[in-house]
Design a protein around this ligand. Structure first.
Ligand SMILES: Nc1ncnc2c1ncn2[C@@H]1O[C@H](COP(=O)(O)OP(=O)(O)OP(=O)(O)O)[C@@H](O)[C@H]1O
Length: 263
């Protein structure tokens, strides 16, 4: 079994401030994690370490059985899929959606004169259909709605068959329908045994796709709680993480939290 991610007593300090503080956390390949926490908790910083885009100040970070600092990070990054709000900015607006996905196989953003193997073309077609983008394959990326863009970026990220897929707030800024469509697709993708280990950052329990297995709750750079969602996501852990009392409910694997009224 591949050790997908292992952080051991990791701290990340900037301007003498611990942005991550003593984080110990591991992810196995069958697990699908949600990282939940308020603004400024350190979630994106954690993503940067997990995608080998930055280094810890203290402690060790191992990604896909490789220890950061002792591995060619460019090779390692090819094994990781990552979608963040910055991903869309790197895609040319006039790029066809088909090529947004296809060019991932060649690690380029924007088609030039490359020749693509038919096996890659077929894989791109399959993934476009899987993420409900078949009808948009010949549209340009710049004309897509935010929800369609998110799906196109995730489709691009899975084109290379990554061993770890990280999604930083994939449903931020989406309308209700687009959010629900995306969550259904993420849920379906998470359920497939052939899918990679997944880590998704969100601010909202409502955005946890059913089928995600674990939650890590972060506040001020420290882990408040981590483990299987069913045991770990509670009114108490939410209060510890967001510093206010909540009522938490769940139906069919979907969660909802509202502030607990004052007695
Ligand atoms: N390189 C850096 N230098 C100084 N401060 C930093 C640096 N990187 C992050 N921070 C600070 O660390 C804190 C955590 O940032 P981070 O982006 O990881 O939080 P987050 O949980 O993703 O927040 P949000 O939910 O608002 O996106 C913030 O206060 C941020 O300003």
């Amino acid at each position: 079994m591949v050790n997908v991610l292992r952080l051991t007593d990791v701290s990340y300090v900037r301007d003498r401030r611990p942005i991550l503080d003593g984080v110990t956390w591991s992810v196995e390949d069958s697990e699908r994690w949600v990282i939940l926490g308020p603004n400024g908790a350190g979630k994106t910083t954690l993503m940067k370490l997990a995608t080998a885009n930055d280094y810890a100040t203290r402690g060790t970070v191992e990604v896909l059985d490789e220890r950061l600092g002792k591995v060619d990070i460019f090779e390692l990054r090819n094994r990781i899929g990552f979608v963040s709000s910055a991903s869309a900015r790197r895609i040319p607006a006039n790029e066809l959606v088909r090529d947004v996905v296809l060019t991932a196989a060649y690690s380029v953003e924007g088609r030039w004169n490359e020749h693509y193997d038919s096996i890659d073309v077929r894989q791109a077609e399959r993934i476009l259909a899987e993420w409900d983008l078949g009808a948009y394959a010949d549209h340009t990326f710049g004309t897509l709605s935010d929800g369609e863009r998110k799906r196109a970026l995730i489709a691009r990220a899975v084109m290379t068959d990554p061993e770890l897929l990280l999604l930083d707030e994939p449903s931020a800024n989406l309308d209700l329908g687009a959010r629900e469509r995306l969550l259904l697709m993420l849920s379906g993708f998470a359920a497939s045994p052939s899918s990679p280990a997944m880590i998704m950052v969100t601010h909202h329990v409502e955005e946890i796709p059913p089928g995600f297995t674990h939650v890590l709750m972060l506040r001020d750079g420290k882990i408040q709680a981590a483990g299987p969602i069913a045991d770990t996501l509670t009114a108490e852990s939410l209060e510890a993480t967001f510093d206010m009392p909540f009522e938490l409910s769940s139906t069919d694997g979907r969660y909802s939290a509202v502030a607990r009224p004052k007695p």
